[in-house]
Design a protein around this ligand. Structure first.
Ligand SMILES: [Zn+2]
Length: 689
């Protein structure tokens, strides 16, 4: 035993030596495992891999440091009590740290994907070889460290520790400070476009929601123009976001669902316009339906896929260990900063920091309020008691709700719970957006950046008896979205009540930039909102269109409920379609239903149209309408179809001409086949089994 280990101070020093060896070794093991396991990690571009490794090291190191400290203190107590063991101090340290290392190393080997059958002969052989490697690493490196420490006199040892702590502190202190001295010299503004998946605007506190779900956006909304009545062109992610980046309605960009279509190169996206004007363009997307094979990345220099990081957080051994300890302590001890929005903001900041000396256009798409409503710890019990079945990575609730295997209709308690967990996700997204905006301010970029905030669609949350999801209906719960615009010099502020569409976002940004003469193949549907914002002009605003519906929209169980005499879940129209589903809907009709539910909004009136199968009709279809005054009835409870014939006639003709013009095909879209990665993504989201 080295002599210097006999004092308490030196015993602690030995603990530090083994802790450092463990941290280095286990980080290497974890990174090697991620390389071997393939999956999401292997799909990352090289720069994002570096970021992922930095996250792994960060999330591993401090839990291992904590455990190392606990082992050292434990041994100190043991040695004080059992003096005879003191001669074995190094072996005791080595033994305990090695056990920790072997447990984690074996755990990583199991999850490496190298051995589908972990009880195989090959697995045991590799596990044994790796155990010997670990022993050799721990033993040899500790011996070397002790040898150096033994030869160092006591005061030098203190210096050594002091210098190490000082270096670590300096690295943290100046992290990100390097290269901050320069600032952009260009006159042109940057643009930051923020969108959140599945964000219902009436669940944001600035819109009057009863829960404080959006403290950062509340403040942000005060600094710019807030649109009270904005709508998405559809309640499906991919086509809605395509409308934002191409300024075309789905009937023109041609995307009708999340899986079977991609934009073609014939489109000219907002990113391409910015690129033409010399901007650096970057997008960070958290929803896997935005994979590059959908071509939404067209025109972006950098396309960050933060959806690849959601799996990462369940696989870093330091985090797994902390989660287990946290659960043991009643889940109150540990506040993990994860959640997809955390990595989305980090990647966005990485892009912005790199591009800050140039002009940049950055689009960030967050995902957290989307199913499975699993806010990270600290946010999951903010509005509701934490429950096991709502824990992250537990998709039971999603599968249950997707299959409608929960008791229908859901109890008010279930609905309350669904909404409370959803609101936790909204709060977490708000926090991460707040973090991004604060960093932008710290970089002195707020005064030279136009910031636009919106969503791709809303969420049903049991309104209109549609329990979870968004793609089936065109009620406000599904299509109303937030829309905020903050101008760099704060020149325009206030609330605008006019009804507008997210198809107007791109023309508004281009108008603000002064690029009004850009041309686009096939033209665009959106109009700039700048005349409305600047001069309050309303006369030029077109009516708002939105469409929805999926082939599998209508569930037989809903129809059973109506038969039992309960309130009509989705109103008559859906029940009729449910009959079709129940008795086997033909494939051709299923296709017809895709995005066939339509709504037009004009002067506070909203007309909803649904084609209903009717074998007695010569066309095989009957036309069903609902009419609402959404200025007084935003929830769409009072159908005024019978009392407003004039309004009905006018809006009906709009629907009819729209249906006639919508051929269902477009040269700006192509159909694609789902690949293995798509199927894995759908599975992870709980859409399929
Ligand atoms: Zn979406």
């Amino acid at each position: 035993m080295p002599k210097f280990l006999t004092s308490v101070k030196n015993h602690l020093l030995a603990g530090v030596v083994f802790t450092v060896i463990s941290i280095v070794y286990l980080n290497v093991v974890t990174v090697v495992k991620f390389y071997l396991a393939g999956g999401d990690f292997s799909r990352l571009p090289a720069t994002d891999k570096v970021y992922a490794i930095s996250q792994i090291v960060k999330e591993n190191s401090w839990p291992f440091a904590l455990v190392g400290l606990l082992i050292t203190l434990f041994l100190l107590i043991v040695f004080r009590r059992f003096h005879s063991l003191r001669s074995k101090v190094v072996y005791c340290h080595l033994g305990l740290f090695l056990i920790l290392g072997l447990i984690i190393q074996t755990h990583q080997l199991v999850h490496s994907g190298l051995f589908p059958e972990t009880k195989s002969f090959g697995f045991y052989v590799v596990a044994l070889i790796l155990a010997l490697v670990a022993f050799a690493v721990y033993h040899l490196s500790s011996r070397a460290a002790f040898l150096i420490l033994e030869k160092t006199n006591p005061s030098s040892k203190l210096y050594l520790i002091g210098i190490t702590i000082a270096v670590i502190a300096l690295v943290f202190l100046f992290k990100g400070q390097f290269g901050r001295a320069t600032t952009s010299s260009g006159e042109d503004y940057n643009v930051l476009l923020l969108t959140v998946d599945t964000l219902r605007k009436d669940h944001l506190s600035y819109d009057g929601y009863f829960r404080p779900t959006s403290p950062y956006l509340d403040k942000f909304s005060q600094e710019g123009v807030s649109f009270k009545n904005a709508y998405s062109t559809t309640s499906h992610t991919l086509p809605s976001l395509a409308s934002i980046i191409t300024a075309k309605y789905p009937m023109h960009h041609g995307l009708r669902n999340n899986h079977s279509y991609a934009l073609t190169d014939k489109n000219r996206t907002i990113a391409e316009v910015f690129k033409k004007h010399g901007y650096v363009t970057g997008a960070i997307v958290a929803n896997e339906v935005l994979r590059p094979n959908r071509n939404h990345d067209q025109g972006f220099d950098y396309y960050g896929k933060s959806y690849y990081f959601s799996a990462l957080k369940y696989d870093i051994p330091g985090l797994v260990m902390l989660n287990r300890i946290s659960k043991f302590l009643g889940e109150k001890a540990f506040l993990y900063p994860g959640g997809e929005a955390y990595h989305t903001t980090n990647l966005a900041l990485k892009f912005i920091k790199k591009s800050r000396d140039k002009k940049f256009f950055c689009w960030v798409h967050y995902m957290d309020p989307h199913l499975p409503y699993a806010p990270p710890p600290g946010y999951d019990n903010r509005f509701c008691k934490r429950e096991k079945r709502f824990q992250p990575n537990n998709f039971d609730i999603v599968r249950d709700l997707r299959r409608y295997q929960l008791n229908l209709p859901p109890t008010s308690e279930t609905v309350r719970k669904i909404r409370a967990f959803y609101d936790g996700d909204v709060l977490f997204s708000d926090y991460q957006i707040g973090r991004l905006l604060k960093s932008l301010k710290d970089m002195n970029l707020t005064s030279k950046t136009l910031i636009v905030f919106s969503a791709d669609h809303g969420e049903s949350l049991a309104d209109h008896y549609y329990y979870v999801g968004h793609g089936r209906l065109v009620y406000n719960a599904n299509i109303a979205v937030p829309l905020l615009i903050r101008f760099p010099d704060l020149r325009h502020k206030g609330v605008i009540k006019e009804h507008v569409s997210n198809v107007n976002i791109m023309p508004t940004i281009l108008d603000f930039m002064g690029w009004r003469q850009e041309s686009f193949p096939g033209g665009i549907d959106g109009v700039s909102l700048m005349p409305l914002i600047r001069e309050g002009r309303r006369d030029y605003l077109p009516l708002v269109r939105s469409q929805s519906g999926v082939p599998w929209s209508f569930d037989p169980q809903l129809f059973d409920e109506i038969e039992k005499g309960r309130p009509n879940p989705l109103k008559t129209v859906t029940a009729m379609l449910a009959v079709d589903t129940r008795y086997g809907m033909e494939a051709s009709l299923r296709e017809q239903i895709e995005l066939k539910l339509r709504a037009v909004i004009k002067d506070n009136w909203k007309l909803i149209y649904v084609p209903v199968k009717d074998s007695t009709s010569p066309t095989g279809l009957r036309h069903y309408y609902e009419l609402y005054d959404i200025s007084s009835d935003w929830e769409e409870e009072y159908d005024l179809i019978a009392s407003e014939p004039e309004v009905l006639r006018e809006l009906k003709s709009e629907i009819e001409s729209w249906c006639a013009a919508d051929t269902g095909t477009s040269i700006f879209a192509e159909t694609i086949e789902m690949d293995q990665e798509d199927l894995e993504a759908l599975k992870a989201l709980g859409y399929i089994q």
